[in-house]
Design a protein around this ligand. Structure first.
Ligand code: ATP
Length: 305
């Protein structure tokens, strides 16, 4: 019987390994949510950024023919500033991130990074310039060093350790007997949501991109962890051009500029105070979310009592 089970064991291992590979792939593709379909123009040069500005110039886009998701969208993000993108579910916020990373090309209009149309340079060079801290980051079944260095070619251990410090991972790593050699992921140490976010932040820091794309980076965390992570994100956004896609308005109220998107159109923009005064969609979303926050507080108080 043992003879019979041994090959099955091996098969089980192979199956689990393949399955894990597929999970990793699946997560990567969920992250970018696309089949890669954009091709570089033959002979396209690499993007060289002198000033890390981002601009959408009259961009129209749809995933399927006949259904437009973004409609004539124009905005500019000055170098070193933070722009938040907010709006109801399905408004097209994440689509903006996917277009910026050039997983799709617009149907019309242009997307400019550092003054260059991203359709005329290599995708690789565009992606190298942009660091993403996604909603749910992927951890590979490898050690912490590997997971932090992932995506940054030529990152050495000193860079990994510096990034871990800057992402406030040190308290975790100091508790681990194997420190940076600790295996993580499905078959290793399970990290909490906040710790995974910190690994994603460290990964971005190793890459040291001039542009940051934060995709609703803290929604799954408890309030205290969320506040700590937001503090770290604010610190790493200093000196970088940042686009933050957000659901919870309280996390982006201090952005230099807030774009309010509705059905793929830019309906309002400005800073938090200006948008509240305007009394439009942003103000409406803000009071709704403030009421929800009060309800949550009441529930927490009631549970604590
Ligand atoms: P949420 O706040 O719910 O994350 P969002 O504002 O980020 O929403 P997007 O994810 O940009 O919205 O989606 C905008 C619209 O595009 C939605 O109607 C969505 O169903 C559609 N969509 C998104 N991805 C695809 C896709 N790969 N193929 C077809 N339609 C898609």
């Amino acid at each position: 019987l043992i003879q019979l089970f041994r090959p099955l064991d091996v098969l089980g291992w192979v199956y689990r390994t393949i399955r894990q590979g597929l999970i990793d792939m699946g997560e990567m593709f969920r992250l970018i949510d696309t089949d890669i379909e954009v091709k570089d123009t033959p002979g396209a040069p690499a993007l060289i950024i002198r000033t890390p500005t981002v601009a959408f110039d009259n961009v129209t886009f749809g995933y399927d023919p006949g259904r437009t998701i973004l409609n004539g969208l124009s905005f500019e993000v000055p170098a070193g500033s933070t722009t938040a993108i907010v709006g109801p579910s399905g408004a097209g916020k994440s689509t903006i991130g996917r277009l910026l990373f050039r997983f799709y090309d617009p149907l019309s209009g242009r997307i400019m990074v550092g003054g260059e149309d991203i359709a005329s340079v290599t995708q690789e060079s565009v992606r190298a310039a942009i660091g993403i801290v996604p909603q749910d980051s992927v951890l590979f079944n490898e050690n912490l060093s590997y997971n932090i260095a992932y995506g940054a070619e030529g990152a050495d251990q000193a860079m990994v350790e510096q990034a871990a410090r800057d992402a406030a991972l040190s308290p975790l790593i100091e508790r681990l007997p194997d420190r940076f050699e600790t295996m993580v992921g499905e078959r290793g140490l399970k990290l909490s949501g906040g710790e995974k976010q910190r690994v994603a932040i460290a990964r971005t820091l190793v890459k040291n991109p001039p542009i940051l794309l934060l995709d609703e980076a803290t929604s799954a965390l408890d309030t205290r962890t969320e506040q700590e992570i937001l503090g770290t994100l604010r610190r790493i956004a200093q000196g970088r051009t940042t686009i933050a896609i957000a659901h919870r308005l309280s996390t982006i109220a201090d952005a230099d500029n807030i774009l309010v998107l509705d059905h793929g159109r830019l309906v309002e923009s400005g800073d938090h105070v200006g948008l509240l005064k305007r009394g439009g969609l942003y103000a409406e979303m803000w009071s709704r979310q403030a009421a929800e926050r009060r309800d949550e507080d009441v529930t927490v108080d009631a549970e604590a009592a």
